[in-house]
Design a protein around this ligand. Structure first.
Ligand code: NAP
Length: 681
């Protein structure tokens, strides 16, 4: 019998102890044994900290991001191997696509975001400089740096690839080594993927370790520099969160738990409308994708009381067309649960739910009439989709429908009377990962979303206009926050760069502008400028230094300038053109120069006109006009290299220039960042 291996301290390890037997979800055949007996968890954790952490932290955010892309390509080229093995988890090709390609795509997305939204350095600035002294000699900047321990992933069985990769991407991008502990049931697929990741040699040694089997005493060895990222049931999560070492060391603990997600059919929607059909399709899809084993699946379908029957009938018709069976058989639309234990669990919970519900569709338990497509499926973990309809008191937060998660193809229809009632019922889930509303009415959308948002990590509004491109109720995206309050765990993951910050420490750094510039490698207002007489536009990317500056000639603004700019741009707003009207305006004493003229005029003062290393100006950031400019004012520009972002794969880098326009009284009239591309030598 194949025994799953762990990858620890640079080697593959196979336990000599007999392990737990894992079975194929479709036919019940033994797939592998799993055990982590014999592993020394303190050593594993220390190896991550001592070998993986320093190796990862040597790289900049961009270099790590490029590694994620390389890894994503490597895995994508081998995806069919993962699809093949994924069948043993009971997944159809579509289910596996979510897990495998959906997982790999998070690596691609984090790679792109890391290079676009993070600097090519080791320190990430959080927000702007804070002004905390009158003369500006003592200032402050918040920074993020990677935590120096390890990120421990404890994952659920339902997404053996995605569950690992969606966490791995932000963790590695942050610069933190990872120990992955997949759920035993489907760990064979995670093991295969990790084998390929290690074989690729793309990640520095120590940055990824895999534990197949129990985590032993690993959580006794964590400290304040570690993070535990748990996905699974609320009961396991709560137990782990209370481990003494985690509490004593305030170890970061992220919990993504179960959730009784709801989807609300808007009160405006009538049978026969596009939105009605969209609702039925969405609920049926969420019930049956991955055989309902999705933490984001719609468990509670909240519908107007007068439409309970119509929605029930439409869903019944749709679910009747779902063929259940071996995913390898043509025409099968829903595969098996991950194992017989899971089926038992779902059936027990269905019993609880059924006490206050009527069965609208489906069959379960002994004597179930489910017909399963495929040979040799008697020992498979198949179950019918089951749709229930709540027939208890509508507003009972203690009811099983608001408390019991049947982690399978199960959903309950719940009636509501009006928007407020729907919002109150949604909140009875006590915190969910996602909620959706299907409506054609913007007022309904606004009421429901604002009424429900505090209880949800994500909300989806679906109508005809977005249906075609909608990613649907149940798809977490790497760009968006995944997680929810309360029962859902009270944490977040992904959400683009937000998810990277979970693995970094935010520190407020105070000091003089020069010190902060040196620490952050970013010019901070008040820091020295290097005015060496060489126009900074003549310097190639490598030669240019943060702080290199140009103090330009001065220019007096005339009334002719204002008129010429009005003529050229067509902007004849009264405050530029009519003295009396301008004076009636509370902000101006006279005809005021156009702000956009100032920006254009400033470029006229600071550019070096000849061909040189500066290739293009691709935008402005943070533009503010802070004082009016009138004819007769004399302006000057302070133009300072603020930040350089090397593009490792390009012939140029990005340079951000602080641009400050001052008047004859040294008063700042405008400030902004000019963004340019500058050629390398
Ligand atoms: P689970 O039984 O709570 O297990 C989750 C993970 O915890 C598994 O890796 C499990 O390992 C591990 N574990 C269990 N006891 C442990 C212990 N004493 N020490 C260390 N690790 C321990 O959940 P599951 O059955 O795998 O997953 C289904 C649940 O996960 C559902 O409730 C679902 O809603 C939730 N889920 C949530 C999300 C989300 O993003 N919020 C995503 C997917 C699933 P073993 O398998 O080896 O026991």
């Amino acid at each position: 019998m194949k025994k799953l291996q762990s990858y620890v301290q640079g080697e593959w390890f196979e336990s000599s102890a007999s392990g737990v037997l894992l079975r194929n979800a479709v036919n019940g055949d033994a797939v592998a044994e799993i055990s982590s007996d014999g592993l020394d968890f303190a050593d594993i954790r220390n190896y991550a900290r001592d070998a993986g952490g320093p190796a990862l932290r040597k790289f900049t955010f961009h270099q790590r991001a490029l590694k994620l892309k390389e890894l994503a390509k490597y895995l994508m080229e081998r995806k069919e191997l993962f699809y093949e093995l994924s069948k043993a988890t009971g997944a159809t090709r579509t289910d596996s696509w979510i897990d495998i390609e959906g997982g790999i795509s998070t690596l691609f997305i984090y790679s792109g975001k890391g290079r676009r939204e993070m600097p090519n350095s080791n320190v990430y600035l959080d927000g702007p400089q804070e002004i905390i002294s009158r003369d500006g000699t003592f200032t402050a900047q918040h920074i993020y740096t990677p935590i120096q321990g390890v990120a421990i992933q404890i994952n659920a069985f339902n997404f053996p690839c995605w569950g690992m990769l969606e966490k791995l991407a932000p963790q590695l991008l942050a610069g933190v080594p990872v120990i992955v502990k997949p759920a035993s049931q489907t760990a064979f697929l995670t093991e295969l993927m990790v084998k390929h990741i290690i074989e690729s040699g793309i990640l520095p040694e120590g940055s990824l370790q895999l534990v197949c089997g129990s985590t032993g005493d690993l959580l006794k060895h964590v400290d304040c520099q570690d993070a535990v990222s748990f996905t699974g049931s609320a009961s396991t999560g709560l137990m782990l969160k209370q481990q003494p070492a985690i509490i004593q060391n305030a170890t970061r603990f992220f919990m993504e738990a179960d959730s009784l997600n709801c989807s609300i059919l808007g009160s405006d929607v009538q049978p026969g409308s596009v939105e009605f059909d969209l609702y039925v399709k969405e609920v049926a899809r969420e019930m049956t994708a991955k055989a309902g084993q999705k933490c984001t699946a719609i468990r509670r379908a909240i519908v107007p009381a007068n439409l309970m029957e119509a929605v029930g009938d439409a869903l019944k018709a749709r679910l009747a067309k779902i063929a259940v069976g071996d995913p390898d058989v043509e025409g099968v639309r829903m595969g098996a649960l991950a194992g017989l234990d899971q089926r038992r669990d779902v059936e027990e919970r269905l019993e609880l739910l059924s006490q206050q519900c009527e069965k609208v569709f489906g069959d379960f338990g002994t004597g179930s009439s489910l017909s399963v497509m495929g040979e040799n499926t008697e020992n498979g973990a198949f179950i019918s989709p089951v749709l229930l309809a709540y027939n208890g008191a509508a507003n009972d937060p203690d009811s099983a429908i608001h408390n019991v998660e049947a982690f399978g193809p199960v959903s309950t229809l719940i009636p509501y009377e009006n928007d407020d009632d729907a919002i109150a019922i949604a909140a009875m889930g006590k915190g969910s990962l996602v909620g959706s509303v299907i409506t054609a009415d913007p007022n309904v959308a606004r009421n429901i979303v604002l009424g429900c948002a505090a209880y949800h990590g994500r909300m989806v509004v679906i109508n005809e206009a977005c249906a075609k491109e909608s990613t649907g109720h149940g798809s977490p995206l790497a760009h968006l926050v995944h997680g929810g309050p309360g029962r859902a765990g009270g944490c977040e993951e992904m959400g683009g760069i937000r998810g990277v910050k979970h693995y970094m420490q935010r520190t407020a750094v105070q000091g003089s502008p020069d010190m902060l510039s040196a620490i952050t490698n970013t010019w901070i207002t008040g820091a020295k400028r290097n005015v060496d007489g060489i126009h900074p536009f003549k310097k190639t990317f490598e030669i240019l230094s943060v702080g290199d500056a140009l103090i330009t000639e001065k220019r007096v603004i005339t009334i002719e300038d204002i008129e010429a700019f009005a003529e050229l741009s067509g902007d004849t707003f009264y405050a530029h053109m009519d003295k009396a009207a301008a004076q009636r305006n509370p902000f101006f004493e006279d005809r005021v120069a156009h702000g956009y003229f100032l920006v254009s005029m400033a470029a006229g003062l600071f550019v070096w006109p000849d061909e040189g290393p500066v290739l293009a100006n691709y935008g402005l950031d943070n533009l503010r006009f802070s004082a009016p400019v009138y004819a007769g004012d004399e302006l000057q520009v302070q133009f300072t290299c603020k930040q350089k972002v090397n593009r490792d794969t390009e012939e140029y880098g990005e340079v951000r220039w602080d641009t400050t326009i001052i008047n004859q009284d040294s008063e700042v009239v405008a400030n902004y960042d000019v963004l340019t591309l500058v050629a390398k030598a």
